[in-house]
Design a binder for this molecule. Sequence first.
Ligand code: M6R
Length: 600
Amino acid sequence: MCGIFGYLGQQDALTLCLQGLERLEYRGYDSTGVAGITSKGKIALCKEAGKLSELKKKLKLKKLEIAIAHTRWATHGKVTTVNAHPHLDTAKNIALVHNGIIENYIPLRDQLKKKGIPFLSETDSEVIVQLIADSYEGDLLKAVCQTLHLLKGAFAIAVIHSDHPDEIIAASRECPLSIGVADGATETIISSDPNAFLGANWNVLFLRSGEIARAKKGSVEIFDLDLKPLQKKTERMINDTPPPSKEGFPHFMLKEIFEQPSTIQKALFGREHALELKGLSDEDLKNKSQVWFIGCGTSYHAGLLGSMLLEEFAHIPSHAEIASEVRYRVPIFSKDTLVVAISQSGETADTLSAVREAKAHGCQVLGICNVTNSTLTREVDGAIFLKAGPEVSVCSTKAFTSQLTVVTLLAIYLARLRGNPAEPLLAALKKIPEQVAEVLKLAPQIEQIAKKYSSYNNFFFMGRRYMWPTCLEAALKLKEISYVNAGGYPAGELKHGPIALLDAHFPVAAFCANGQTRDKILSNLMEVKARGAPVLAFAPADFYEVEAIADHTIWLPAVIDPLAPFISTVAGQLLAYFIAKQKGCNIDQPRNLAKSVTVE
Ligand code: M6R
């Protein structure tokens, strides 16, 4: 999975490709590479393991008029320069970049090897370029098309050939690929994400599954898999947003944590009384008999909290599921099921395939998304945008609290539609931005505590009811950026197994904010303490009993149970951030991860 970019036009293709890769780095940063066709009609290639900055150090290519480029998140094969894209065929006439996975690459590679074709890399992608070379007889479009018929899996590709210095062939199967033609028809860009089209005004078309494009300078033709020409409408896109900046913070993550009072406010603003859901009417929503939240990672955690809120306030049976599991279950989906797909990026492959599964069952799908023009928002029946602004840090922070804001608003809206107004919840929600600002003032104290806890290799987070998904989220933050083994548990579950791991070297962070289960969490704290584990409590200001048990306590503003996740989450984000800082980790771009995971 990865980001693909290509450029044909009068500007230097190399410069444009490097700019495009910068915008696509959120899709992976294990390696990057670029290939183009020189004025002498040869393929020029440069690729390097590591981030884009590594490629830039190595680049010696001259100006190019046509080039394709790639930023990789490794799936098949280690993070090495050899496995980096673009990949070339043996004769070095063809270069290919690929996003996705070729599921049958082993038998295909074996067949090619039997024909004497050597392979340099461990990737599934190299198989595609060698297959194209194998079927090439002078027509690149035809050779790519023949190859597509042999491939299983989901993918997007872009291909150039030294005999065709004026064209890029691109194709997609269930992976996003957009093509933009600039006003004046002198330039064409291909990208995994149209938000990477910089500056000019673009007429954009989105390649659907099973479509092939032949892009030339300022024009593009689309074909189906029988090479029958297709007519496609373009959409207008003007992208003049400046690249995000850290605004004086040492990391994007810290900046994004501190943005939360304002981003929560933005998610809330104008939505207190009604939600605009475009393709979904009030009538549609009123008649749903169940709601499924789907998402991955942090977005799944927002879904878990959403399902609790809908159950409590709108009285609708609600369930949250990890998106990658949805299509392998036998979900009892019907047209009365509302599926709510949550995704910051709107490009997560697992979430997109779960959405397609739900739609195939006749469900209406509501998307909750941060990125406009994303694949998710183009495929759902109705969408609510988070309006949080770009989230750059791989570790999701402000998107989560905006997602919580939106699912709370959804619960309030559905509650009203079903005759159970939840006005006190709305009134409490409006105070959250201010209370989050209070938590941010605790950053220096949390930093001091983080120093004390940064030498541990293991961590449990425990909490009850609304605090349980909050614990999952806090544990994910810590794992992701500081590489500490962390687990989140319902506090009552610890005694059913995990408590066996506890000793003086295994701390427990207790999220104590759920008032309904106050007595129970106190007992759980005692159980943990009895095993000698260091206890760090995050407790509301009025929960004085905690102090006598915990080794350290961070006192947080007291809020009603359903909204306590906002408060405890922000404290958990700061803890993870400061532990990672103390350990000297790469906070904004942790190892092995990508901001947007575009393979299943
Ligand atoms: O863009 P999405 O919200 O669909 O991404 C889902 C997950 O990949 C994402 O939340 C991931 O878990 C974050 N890195 C967590 O901080």
